[in-house]
Design a protein around this ligand. Structure first.
Ligand code: SF4
Length: 194
């Protein structure tokens, strides 16, 4: 005999109304809206960040919580976690990075297209954490530039969301010419990146 199947067909009202991001500053008129290109590009980029999670240990578990339904990073337009560096904007490094692993992290970073951003999640990725030993990299900023550090061991998902929103601020306000500037080139050269 077939099992009785029950479907959840009760309409559940939203606790808060769905809100849309506001338009950038500009001039609006009858049938037109004019704004700066960089503001529009920034708005699109910051609300569609595709993260690449590079997780080696316990902080990766916290990232799983971040992606699951309770914290739900999809609310920020980032549900599309990319495991191929060529299709993502944000490298999220979480966990202890051994010195043997460092060239792999750098390789992944190099395979990402510009513009790219980096978030160091947790004490280990940011500074080596409690592993002050010969074999552990004392912070990923020794090999690649980092945009935002999230402290904690491990950081709670709320803290990671806060760090992610700082990344969104950077992405939204970034000048479109920044990546072609001498200053950015000099920064890359300090990491041996052409
Ligand atoms: S910061 Fe703490 S929780 Fe995160 S990887 Fe290091 S030891 Fe694990």
């Amino acid at each position: 005999m077939a099992r009785p199947v029950q479907y959840n067909i009760t309409d559940k009202p939203l606790e808060k109304p769905i809100s849309l991001v506001s338009a950038p500053e500009g001039y609006a008129g009858e049938g037109f809206f004019a704004s700066k290109l960089s503001d529009v590009v920034g708005l699109a980029r910051k609300n569609s960040i595709w993260p690449l999670p590079f997780a080696t240990s316990c902080c990766g578990i916290e990232f799983m919580a971040l992606m699951a339904s309770h914290y739900d990073l999809a609310r920020f337009g980032s549900e599309r976690v990319s495991f191929t560096p060529r299709q993502c904007d944000l490298l999220m490094v979480m966990g202890t990075i051994a010195k043997k692993m460092a060239p792999v992290v750098k390789q992944v970073y190099l395979q990402m297209a510009e513009p790219r951003w980096v978030l160091a999640m947790g004490a280990c990725a940011s500074s080596g954490g409690i592993f002050d030993t010969y074999s552990v990299l004392q912070g990923i900023d020794q090999i690649i530039p980092v945009d935002v550090y999230v402290p904690g061991c491990p950081p709670r998902p709320e803290a990671v969301i806060d760090g992610f929103m700082r990344i969104q601020d950077l992405v939204g306000q970034e000048n479109l010419r920044r990546r072609n500037s001498d200053r950015y080139r000099e920064l890359m050269e300090t990491y041996g990146i052409q």
